[in-house]
Write a protein that binds this ligand. Structure first.
Ligand SMILES: Nc1nc2c(c(=O)[nH]1)N[C@H]1C(S)=C(S)[C@@H](COP(=O)(O)OP(=O)(O)OC[C@H]3O[C@@H](n4cnc5c(N)ncnc54)[C@H](O)[C@@H]3O)O[C@H]1N2
Ligand code: MOO
Length: 396
């Protein structure tokens, strides 16, 4: 049996080259950029008026002119206009291009306007209320980097530089496979000896967070069905995520059938809890990577986050940062297994705090909805102390 670190290392040594594809901007939400994005013009592209009011030429007016004549009006969307008489002013609206020969904007609230003449009632600073051309970014600057997750903020940024099509990392074709005779569909009333499928649906939902439209399959516990199901799934997908059928039972056929189908086993069983009987392999000819997770729901869920997600980001060439959080309790983790303990989180003293949730082992799937993630604790002689920083894997 290998350690968790060795197992993760082996998984990460087998990334797939998933490639990239162009998608329309509005389909890129939640995907990962595969190109840097540059400013195609200055941000903002012109000296932009930031208050509704008047634009003046400061040196010609302040301390020199009692009242100003309104010469013109400029609003957002109008071509830049020009102040003809430097002792006059132009009414300007937020978003307008600052008129030529003006350099200062005064908001309406600081003015009195009577008979088309303006009196300024407040102190004015030269250059006020102008969002200067190029003050955010100048043309040609990189504003988003490759590997960035596209959220509504990035959609807005890309829209403003005219990216109607975006190059994103291609997602793998993934099939989530449930195994077991005891499993029935969600809409079926189970017999006393049956249970409703949940693992495969949890994984398909987790995949949809990554904009991967996973397919799903249910295989019964007989070699022939497993062989038939897997042989086409192996050809049609880049990744198979299985749950169940990998421990020591008389009907745990997955490792054996994988071998028959030409899948190379890279390891089976990891010194960890939950998720110990995890089986990992690759089909070299079809270029398929197989994550065969133990069937207990917490084990499947943990291993999806511990192995599949880091593998996917490695395949995309995106570095993910490790997170750490403070333990609120003392914990004793004795050898030999690396433990992944479900925790809830809260913020205190500007630090993420983690507290183990009440749970009843890796078959207790309701505990998943009480947890925000897992902490990873390597076995050691000394107890983990309250307040100690530990590695945290978010599942939210
Ligand atoms: N003799 C041994 N027995 C077991 C060992 C062991 O080392 N030696 N390991 C235990 C551990 S740890 C785990 S975890 C389980 C994993 O077993 P399998 O991967 O073979 O999974 P199954 O037996 O098929 O199922 C286990 C459990 O999970 C439920 N399940 C399975 N699939 C789903 C699904 N899609 N949705 C909801 N629930 C599912 C299944 O009904 C079982 O109750 O083995 C231990 N045994
Ligand atoms: O290691 Mo198994 O995955 O807990 O129950």
């Amino acid at each position: 049996m290998i350690t968790f670190k060795e197992a993760l290392q082996k998984v990460l040594e087998h990334p797939l080259n998933l490639g990239s594809e162009h998608v329309p901007l509005m389909d890129s939400m939640g995907r990962y950029l595969d190109e840097p994005i540059y400013a195609d013009r200055n941000f903002p592209p012109f000296d932009r008026v930031t208050k509704d009011g008047i634009a003046i030429q400061f040196d010609a007016v302040i301390g020199k002119v009692e009242t100003l004549r309104i010469e013109n009006i400029a609003s957002a969307g109008m071509v830049q206009c020009t102040l003809q008489d430097e002792t006059a002013c132009i009414e300007v609206m937020t978003g307008a291009v600052l008129p030529k020969h003006t350099d200062t904007v005064i908001m309406y609230e600081h003015l009195t306007i009577e008979n088309n003449r303006v009196t300024i009632n407040e102190t004015v600073t030269k250059g006020q209320n102008i969002h200067c051309e190029g003050s955010d970014e100048s043309k040609g600057t990189q504003i988003l980097s490759e590997g960035t997750k596209i959220t509504p903020a990035e959609i807005g940024v890309m829209a403003s530089v005219g990216k109607s099509n975006v190059l994103v990392k291609k997602v793998p074709r993934v099939c989530s496979i449930a195994t077991g005779n005891e499993l029935v569909d969600v809409d079926v009333l189970p017999e006393p000896h049956q249970i409703r499928k949940s693992n495969s649906l949890t994984m398909v939902s987790a995949l949809s967070d990554l904009r991967i439209e996973g397919s799903s399959l249910h295989l019964l516990d007989d070699k022939k069905s497993i062989e038939d199901g897997l042989s086409s799934a192996l050809r049609e997908n880049d990744v198979l995520l299985l749950s169940g059928g990998v421990s020591k039972g008389k009907f745990d056929f997955i490792p054996e059938v994988m071998e028959t189908l030409g899948v190379e086993q890279l390891f089976h069983r990891v010194a960890q809890r939950p998720g110990k009987p995890f089986w990992f392999g690759i089909h070299k000819e079809f270029n398929t990577v197989i994550f065969s997770f133990p069937g207990n729901p917490v084990s499947t869920f943990a291993n999806y986050h511990l192995y599949f997600l880091p593998w996917l980001f490695r395949s995309w060439g995106i570095k993910i940062e490790n997170q750490f959080a403070k333990l609120t309790v003392e914990l004793d983790i004795k050898p030999p297994l690396t433990r992944f303990i479900q925790v809830s989180t809260h913020w205190q003293d500007s630090c993420l705090q983690v507290t183990p949730v009440v749970e009843n082992g890796s078959g207790d799937l309701t505990s998943l909805s009480r947890a925000d993630g897992f902490i990873c604790l390597e076995p050691r002689d000394l107890k983990y102390t309250k307040g100690e920083l530990v590695s945290f894997i978010s599942t939210r």
